[in-house]
Design a protein around this ligand. Structure first.
Ligand code: MRU
Length: 356
């Protein structure tokens, strides 16, 4: 992939080596996140339906990464079709695009990427295959550039010597590279602003314990894993200055959907006078959704809650509820960092001023 503008303070070759998505020219290879951290294996997808299944099963996950995977899935949907121009090709692959779109409901990056692919195809002539592949590549490259920019902007808010707590996985694994909230943490550590990094386990799928601390370990960034339930105790203890998280959808009023458990971190940070930062590319901003009440929250198989690492831990016959995202109201957020700039104390007016 072409390398976007870099910050000389950061050794990207050292601090950003993991790539969750690889396009071979014929197929899509996804670093299978169900198997990390003990097996680093790529899953090959030869059809758009295989990509949709991989997104649904969390083989690839994280809002920007599922948008990028879906964009390449759209390219795969055209493998077996013949068409004179982009509009004819679009008509033929529309059912496959809809199946990709339905793979997960909450992260808007999925629908955003597919809308971009549709627009590119609709306007293309005889060279529509090249146009479509170039658009998927552009979505990926722009995401990496956005993450590096957000790393700079977000780290700039953090005073030297700070402690941060993050949630879920928002790193290279969840994006084209570098990460959103984890990009801010990478940049903040590289600049000597962040002394202490804490990561919550992120039950029930364990993105924090299986992915985030592994990813930081690859970079040589020292991090401490905590049980999700330990977060308020840690914050009260004075070890955290900023809670830094990603987002799956940011609404027109600044409400933010992110991994389940984010909302309680925001409440705890506010209660203890600590600050709360959301880091996400503008592809995660959904100005067509007025508030968090209107976001569809994905509910996954309760089986994710009923066992640990594939072994059942809960008695038979127990009911479980497994919503995997929650909504943090804008009023609890100190800063939303995007590649376009920072919205402090977000509300409808400040969001409109930045995102139109
Ligand atoms: O269910 P997941 O693992 O896809 O959820 C991911 C998150 O909630 C992330 O915080 C969000 O997508 C931002 S990733 C840069």
């Amino acid at each position: 992939m072409e390398t976007p503008a870099a910050n000389p303070a950061i050794d990207y070759a050292r601090h950003d080596r993991i790539r969750p998505i690889r396009w071979t020219g014929q197929m899509l290879e996804l670093l299978d996140q169900r198997r990390l951290p003990f097996e680093v294996e790529y899953l090959g997808c030869a059809t758009s339906d295989e990509v949709a299944a991989a997104i649904h099963a969390l083989a690839v996950r994280g809002a920007p990464a599922i948008g990028i995977a879906a964009a390449w899935g759209a390219v795969l949907a055209t493998s077996d079709i013949e068409a004179e121009d982009g509009a004819s090709a679009l008509a033929l692959i529309e059912p496959a695009l809809q199946r990709l779109n339905a793979a997960r409901p909450t992260a808007v990056n999925l629908a955003w990427a597919l809308a971009r692919m549709r627009r590119a195809l609709a306007g293309a002539g005889r060279d529509w295959r090249d146009v479509l592949a170039a658009e998927a590549r552009a979505i990926e490259t722009e995401d990496l550039a956005a993450n590096r920019r957000m790393g700079e902007l977000g780290a700039g808010l953090i005073a030297p010597g700070s402690g941060v707590l993050t949630h879920c996985n928002t790193g290279s694994l969840a994006t084209a590279g570098f990460g959103t909230a984890l990009g801010v943490i990478r940049a903040g550590v590289a600049q000597g602003r962040i002394d202490r990094v804490f990561a919550g386990e992120t039950r029930p799928w364990m993105q924090g314990s299986r992915l985030t601390v592994w990813e930081l370990q690859q970079d040589g960034i020292d991090a401490t894993l905590i049980a999700d339930a330990a977060a308020s105790h840690l914050i009260r203890d004075g070890q955290v200055d900023w809670v830094v998280v990603g987002a799956d959808r940011i609404c027109a009023n600044g409400d933010v959907a992110n991994k389940i458990g984010t909302y309680q971190l925001a409440i705890s940070a506010r209660h203890h006078g600590k600050r709360f930062m959301v880091v996400a590319p503008s592809s995660t901003v959904d100005m067509d959704t007025a508030s968090g009440d209107l976001i569809e929250i994905e509910e996954r198989d309760p089986a994710e809650l009923l066992g640990v690492a594939g072994s059942r831990t809960v008695a038979e016959g127990i009911r479980a509820w497994n919503p995997v995202f929650d909504v943090t109201p804008a009023g609890l957020i100190d800063a939303i960092v995007t590649e376009k700039g920072i919205v402090e104390q977000p509300d409808e007016a400040s969001m409109r001023a930045m995102f139109g």
